[in-house]
Design a binder for this molecule. Sequence first.
Ligand code: ADP
Ligand code: MG
Ligand code: MG
Length: 481
Amino acid sequence: MPLQFPQLHDEDESKLIHNLTQYGLSKGLIMYPISYQEYQVNLAPLTLFPTPFPRSQFEKAKSLATAYSELYANVVSQHDWLINVIEALAPVDSSFTGMLYQSYLKAQKKGIVQPISLGIARSDYMYDTTTQQIKQVEFNTVSVSFAGLSRCVGQLHKFCNDNGLYTSNGDAYYDDSDLPVSDSSLGLARGLRDGVSCYEAHHTDGYTKTIVLFVIQPNERNAFDQRAIEYTLFDDFGIVSKRIDLARVTSEVVVDEISHRLYYEGREVSVVYYRSGYSPHDFEVKEAWDCRVLLETTLAIKCPSLLAQLSGAKKIQQLLTDESILAKFYDKQDKSELHSTFCKIYPLDDSARAAAAKKLAFECPENFVLKPQREGGGNNIYKEDIPGFLRSIPEEEWSGYILMELIHPPVQKNILLRDGQLAKDGIVSELGIYSSFLFNEYSGEMINAAYQGYLLRSKISSSNEGGVAAGYGCVDSIYLY
Ligand code: ADP
Ligand code: MG
Ligand code: MG
């Protein structure tokens, strides 16, 4: 059995919070508040203690990082299948998936000149108490966040433990070796570095110093999580990054018409790294779509390319749960391990499988979550809300959604600290596994793929969603048992 978190007297708890807060504010475990002010930050929502996670399941999730990377790289590079699926999805989600697809077609018509694609993904899991295994919530292929804050909160929990802040007598409470610190900010920087090195080896004289272009949202609340990657890229690899709002790209970059090289502030860009462009809000300014197409047609390596972004659609995740489809894209020995992390996910189109799923959605909605093709949190429909929601939209549109069985994570104890307030209710946690993969989108050749750190997010068990930036969850770290 795992240790429960330490019970502290009020005085020791206050001392812990004082230390956590000053450590977090000093080390960049911070976010902008909802009322964005350039010069004012808040401590990011976090847990006071690391949360127990079974060691064998953590190891399993890590060991699948490269398998998942290869699976999605194969989905992207064997793109006829992907394009067929997306083509069918486009009309039922015309405002977003449809627009991404249209942008891909436009880019293709103009000419896509860079076959190398960089994936920086995060596979999210919950430990399921029913099957006693990790089950995948989703696979994110665009703008995965919290790699920076995750490393920071792990270091913070270790600091508190080793400095005796978790006990009244100043001893350590946890065994240090049970507290893995995620090296995800370095991990993501390594992924971007691989993209830069690959570009420079193929497209420069070997002396030109190229840069990474972070394509961001205006007034990003989670800017410091991104800055952690930027600063690590600079400190550890000497690589400079610049930041640009998606909608300003066409007016602020220069693209050489012959070579298709991309320049920003006079410097050649080797990697375009999206921390924007994953939600319809990012495209409220219409020029943003032109910007996405323009970048897609440059020589810079995109992280991710439009096809790689589209491969992260929840519809693709649903289709891959079919063993015969999975086998088309991944056939290595650990295929069954990969498959064991899938939950049941049903289509709601006009297939035979969907007919049964449509019944389930109305007869026992309490077992399901209904998901549209969206990212960034706050878009799903849960349990009893599913039947009413489905009735409220035309049945032709149901095929734009997937119906997923709910995972049952254990309700555990921890204390959450958000905006200076403590919450002591039960929590549930979601494990994210970062990976980076550099591959040829046309030949399918994998240049490299690697595990790049982890994220643990925890939320009050009564809340359906777990997004930290969306205001539901807290950053956490793992205590292995
Ligand atoms: P998004 O791409 O918007 O992050 P997710 O698929 O991750 O969408 O769903 C958002 C949140 O909903 C997850 O972080 C998790 O808390 C909850 N959730 C999603 N799918 C499931 C599931 N099958 N079982 C339990 N909770 C889920
Ligand atoms: Mg997502
Ligand atoms: Mg998610």
